[in-house]
Design a protein around this ligand. Structure first.
Ligand code: NAD
Ligand code: TYD
Length: 356
């Protein structure tokens, strides 16, 4: 048995690959084109593991996809590959359209063609799981109920609009062609291997480097935080028992304003790695101009996945954020390699001279 994961060198994808191989002996094909967000150092513990086959390639490469699918005959394809940072989507939306929409389309086409070659049993057992975000639902007012799967799509950023478009394509491939798809829409993740351009890792690494902690606008924007390993366990559960054609929202019931997140990170660092001058890291907080079109509030109603599939998160925010801060303190080399760009040499260092 084999599964194919796209984007498995990114933050959530690499956590998923590590989690999956800690629990399964199935071959895992990891297709990733290693954008700035792809980091094979995340997977260095799998260096000589025959269950992990890394393929440096693009989800938009139809020829490569057709040959990988024909050769390895996966029972499932999980699509994590994406451009994922809202601020980057504001500065350069084209890459988001290219990967998130056009790339997902090519992946769906290749999977549909491969699926058509399977016998009836293989067709029925096959799954295409699309990993998406709560941001497709848009922004909530303070008193509004959390997003259910029925909430209308109202994406506000180029990122969320491109993810919404990909969700619609996935839905259409089920409705039109009968492809057995599953879609998950998850809230903000945090945890190990999170690229330090996103709020939580940026605050940790900037604090330790003595740099300002940039809070957009008034810092009262609300996100619903989930520890990344809980997202991975939810995806495994949906893959195992989700009903095809269905959407599952994933969240940790952990709504918090950004300023509270930054404050918690500072408090943990004050405890675990106090500043030399004895002052709090809070002194480094700096209010900066808000993000254009900034969504005010996201919140996920995770009742469906709880009731239907019996999934619930293992971590509370308190336990997850402590583990996360500790991970960054324990992995200063990973942070240094990301910041210096050394992580991008890993492909050459590890793969040059290996036979295919
Ligand atoms: P990430 O940016 O850390 O990683 C994305 C990975 O995809 C990278 O390894 C990158 O090299 C790869 N990739 C990008 N374009 C590719 C292409 N064309 N072909 C092959 N690989 C490509 O993102 P992440 O935070 O790990 O997010 C993974 C998925 O989860 C995304 O689809 C994202 O929309 C979704 N999601 C993220 C969050 C979050 O809080 N980070 C929350 C909910 C959903
Ligand atoms: P981010 O981690 O970029 O995730 P998303 O925009 O997908 O939710 O940002 C989380 C929140 O933190 C969001 O409201 C924007 C805010 N933010 C800051 O205030 N300062 C920062 O430097 C960053 C990166 C984000």
């Amino acid at each position: 048995m084999t599964i194919l994961v796209s984007g498995g060198a990114g933050f959530i994808g690499s956590n998923f690959v590590l989690d999956w191989l800690a629990q399964s002996d199935e071959l895992l094909i990891n297709l990733d084109n290693l954008t700035y967000a792809g980091n094979l150092e995340n997977l260095s513990s799998l260096q000589n593991d025959p269950r992990h086959l890394f393929v440096h390639g693009d989800i938009g490469d139809s020829v490569l996809l057709a040959s990988l699918l024909a050769q390895h005959q996966p029972r499932a394809v999980l699509n994590f590959a994406a451009e994922s940072h809202v601020d980057r989507s504001i500065h350069g939306p084209a890459a988001f359209v290219e990967t998130n929409i056009v790339g997902t389309f090519h992946l769906l086409e290749a999977v549909r063609a491969y699926w058509g070659t399977l016998d009836d049993g293989g067709k029925a057992a096959f799954r295409f799981l699309h990993v998406s975000t709560d941001e497709v639902y848009g922004s909530l007012s303070p008193e509004a109920a959390a997003f259910t799967e029925q909430h209308r799509y109202e994406p506000n950023s180029p990122y969320s609009a491109s993810k919404a478009a990909s969700d619609h394509l996935v839905r259409a491939y089920h409705h039109t062609y009968g492809l057995p798809v599953l879609t998950t829409n998850c809230s903000n993740n945090y945890g190990p291997y999170h690229f330090p351009e996103k709020l939580i890792p940026l605050m940790i690494v900037n604090a330790l480097a003595g740099k300002p902690l940039p809070v957009y606008g008034d810092g009262q924007q609300i996100r619903d935080w989930l520890y990344v390993k809980d997202h991975c366990s939810a995806i495994r559960r949906v893959l195992e028992a989700g009903r095809t054609g269905e959407v599952y929202n994933i969240g940790g019931w952990n709504e918090k304003p950004n300023l509270e997140i930054v404050d918690t990170v500072c408090a943990l660092l004050d405890e675990l790695r106090p500043r030399a001058d004895g002052a709090s890291y809070r002194q480094q907080i700096s209010y900066v101009t808000d993000r254009p079109g900034h969504d005010r509030r996201y919140a996920i109603d995770a009742s469906k996945i709880a009731l239907e599939l019996g999934w619930k998160p293992a971590e509370t925010f308190d336990t997850g954020i402590r583990k996360t801060v500790q991970w960054y303190l324990d992995n200063a080399q990973w942070v240094a390699d990301v910041q210096s760009g050394v992580y991008r040499d890993w492909l050459e260092k590890n793969y040059t001279g290996r036979s295919a």
